[in-house]
Write a protein that binds this ligand. Structure first.
Ligand code: COI
Length: 319
């Protein structure tokens, strides 16, 4: 039976408190409930953020995290947007390494599995004014996990192209990993499920360009093998996986670049054979091929006969 995503826990977690302008009392404690006042500000106004990192067991028996420094920097980017305190990158990495060291036996080693690391921060001050909290908790928990989509890499998913829901607006919180961006995706996901799709493909607020999928960035592949990722703007989350693909492009290992992608051009590209594969990039999703797009009128467009394509496969194996 494959490992589920994000269901299992390990025995310990990392905790640290913020008050009077300082991070205090870093500690590793047994995994368990955290006391919280009913007036804790995270519960009322959603001052929360999270990250996702993966640790992999390599042949030398050691656990390697995938670019955790990038996630630590992105956490600080989210914190800035959400008026939450910064955590020095070195402090975040030290916490993560110490916790993984204690829990090293929990890292799975079967294909498509990893030790999923979930750092998060939330506002704990007991106050009801709408303003930034003066107190926070930073926590890291671990989850031995399998693939995010239950079919794993080998099964291409279906996305619903919707004009009904939008993920974020310019000037909003779209580039931060805050809970609010994810609760906003639940209704669209239910709507997607009613079309037998796993998720929605979000378009820009004016429905003209491709944004992202919510749990991952979007990509497509041209017939010459070039990976195209939507140009980042202030409504698309900067996926560390996408950044890594673009860096592989810069280094000449693969062909990859970013573009503003009009949905009309994308669909035309599929019809005329210029676009041969598509999918999503994310920490949890890794490389998740998309085989079908369904539309609100019920029509369906297939890519690569609905199957995982060779370019996506090669990239996944490179990862
Ligand atoms: C990730 O870790 O890739 C995430 O964005 C969280 C995911 C479960 C939606």
């Amino acid at each position: 039976k494959p490992l589920p995503f994000g269901q299992l826990r390990t025995n310990h977690m990392f905790l640290m408190n913020y008050s009077e302008g300082e991070w205090r009392n870093p500690r590793i404690v047994p995994y368990g409930p955290i006391p919280l006042s009913p007036g804790a500000m995270c519960l009322h106004y959603g001052q929360t953020l999270f990250e996702g990192v993966k640790g992999f067991k390599h042949d030398d028996g050691e656990i390697y995290t995938f670019r955790a420094d990038q996630n630590a920097e992105r956490l600080n980017h989210s914190a800035d947007i959400l008026c939450m305190p910064q955590i020095p990158v070195d402090l975040q990495l030290d916490a993560l390494h110490r916790l993984i060291d204690v829990e090293r036996d929990w890292c799975p080693s079967m294909p498509q599995s990893s030790l999923y690391v979930r750092p998060f921060m939330f506002a704990t001050e007991d106050a009801l004014g709408v303003r930034p909290s003066r107190e926070y908790i930073y926590c890291i928990m671990l989850s031995p996990s399998g693939a995010y989509y239950s079919g794993g890499f080998s099964k291409a998913i279906r996305l619903l192209v919707t004009q009904k829901y939008h993920r974020a607006v310019s000037g909003g919180t779209g580039t931060s990993k805050t809970g609010g961006n994810y609760v906003a995706s639940l209704k669209p996901a239910e709507y997607a499920h009613s079309f037998n799709a796993a998720q929605v493909l979000y378009l820009s607020a004016d429905n003209s360009t491709i944004e992202e999928v919510g749990s991952m960035n979007h990509y497509h592949v041209l017939k010459d093998g070039t990976f195209i990722i939507p140009e980042f703007n202030d409504t698309i989350l900067r996926s560390v996986t996408s950044l890594s693909v673009l860096e592989l492009g810069d280094a000449g290992v693969i062909k990859a670049r970013q573009e503003v992608i009009r949905i009309a051009d994308f669909l035309e590209g599929i019809q005329n054979g210029e676009i041969v594969e598509a999918g999503g990039f994310g920490t949890a999703a890794v490389v998740s091929p998309v085989g079908e797009y369904v539309f609100e009128d019920g029509s369906v467009i297939k890519l690569n006969d609905g199957k995982v394509g060779e370019h996506s496969k090669k990239l996944y194996e490179l990862y």
